[in-house]
Design a protein around this ligand. Structure first.
Ligand SMILES: Cc1ncc(COP(=O)(O)O)c(C=O)c1O
Length: 370
């Protein structure tokens, strides 16, 4: 059936196609269990401190959360050495990104992003009438900031920078970042999406907050979906100068965070909650290195990832490998949609899940070699 009256900007967006749920995969392939490593979720969570906080919040679920989310904002602000008027929230980083696009973009504005990066940046920019410019990643699968700078002009409004980058796991280092910030045109904003930053070597990452404090047009975005494991009760946050934060709050819907997520996020920002996140975060980082070694033994080529996933190639088409894995009950993300036909992104799960993934991948590669 035809739907009339859809905005013309929606027609330039890639059409939404729902992915298969775990239940559908089990039904379609006659499986009893599935290991889901396709969406970079945290398989050790939910953490006890988060569960406890959510349970005690349940009997207030009929009431909107208090609108200023004071407690969580204060805890985030404290971590960054700012006051809470530098912080705002949203329903996950995805929603925060969307509201940033709504705050900044108008017809004719240009956005620049990595061609092989988080695809939402392009969608939310197109829907706001922005012109999307993408720059290809280099041979190390890293975003080339010089190529971004080469695209700067008076129409540039946003640079969406995913650091560490999804799907490749690569990072932009401090020097490169500084060069990018200093080259920003006057009315342009650099939006740094650090969804995976907690899994990264902290020394390798630029200190984004320093540039925000120094008055640069830089916005930092974080999520509680990955390291804190709250993807099912999404909370995202933004740190920027208070004037921008006020504009962001002006265009955002009221109550743009949910009670369950807020309660859990607060608990995970307290010392006991932080310790839980670190304990399992460290295991994920350790297994990331181990997966690299094991994948290399299987003849795969891994590129160094600073996120909670591994990005690797096999000699075969990634879609074929992923389909075989699906039949064996393991969901991974083939990267053909980014132009990486032989690459797969696999989330680091629990150690047991990682072992199952390796065993099934070995089988799949052997079948494809026949
Ligand atoms: C780079 C990046 N940014 C943002 C998000 C969205 O996170 P959230 O669950 O907080 O909306 C994701 C989710 O996969 C992501 O990979």
């Amino acid at each position: 059936m035809e739907a009339k009256g859809i905005r013309k900007e929606a027609y330039v967006c890639d059409k939404y196609v729902a992915g298969k749920s775990t239940d559908e995969v089990m039904a379609d392939y006659g499986l009893k269990s599935v290991v889901k490593l396709g969406s970079n979720e945290n398989m050790y969570a939910p953490y006890p401190e988060a569960l406890k906080a959510m349970q005690s919040e349940l009997n207030r679920i009929n009431i909107y959360p208090e609108k200023n989310y004071v407690k969580l904002k204060e805890l985030i602000a404290e971590d960054y050495g700012v006051t809470s008027d530098w912080v705002s929230l949203g329903h996950g980083a995805g929603n925060v990104l969307d509201e940033v696009a709504k705050t900044l973009l108008e017809d004719g504005d240009e956005i620049i992003t990595g061609q092989q990066s988080y695809l939402l940046y392009q969608q939310i920019s197109k829907i706001m009438g922005g012109k999307v410019i993408t720059v290809p990643l280099n041979e190390q699968y890293t975003i080339e900031t010089d190529k971004i700078i080469a695209e700067f002009n008076e129409h540039t409004k946003i640079v969406w920078l995913c650091n560490p980058n999804n799907p490749t796991g690569s990072v932009i280092d401090k020097t490169t970042f500084e060069k990018l910030v200093n080259a920003l045109p006057e009315r342009a904003w650099l939006v740094v999406d650090e969804a995976y930053a907690d899994f990264a070597d902290q020394e390798a990452l630029p200190n984004v907050i320093d540039y925000i404090k120094a008055g640069k047009q830089v916005i930092l975005i974080r999520t509680f979906s990955k390291y804190q494991g709250l993807a099912g009760a999404r909370i995202g946050c933004l740190v920027a100068n208070p004037e921008f934060v006020n504009w962001y709050d002006t265009v955002s819907e009221p109550f743009n965070a949910n009670r369950m997520g807020l309660a859990a996020a607060v608990a995970l920002m307290e010392p006991k909650g932080k310790a839980e996140c670190k304990k399992y975060g460290d295991l994920i980082v350790k297994d990331r290195a181990w997966l690299n070694e094991e994948l290399t033994k299987l003849g795969c080529v891994c590129s160094p990832s600073q996120a909670n996933f591994v990005f690797f190639s096999t000699p075969y088409l990634a879609s074929d490998v992923a389909e075989l894995l699906l039949q064996k009950g393991v969901i991974v993300r083939p990267c053909g949609g980014w132009g990486y036909d032989k690459h797969i992104r696999v989330s680091v799960g629990t150690h047991e899940q990682n072992e199952i993934f390796l065993e099934k991948l070995k089988e799949a590669l052997e079948e494809l070699a026949k």
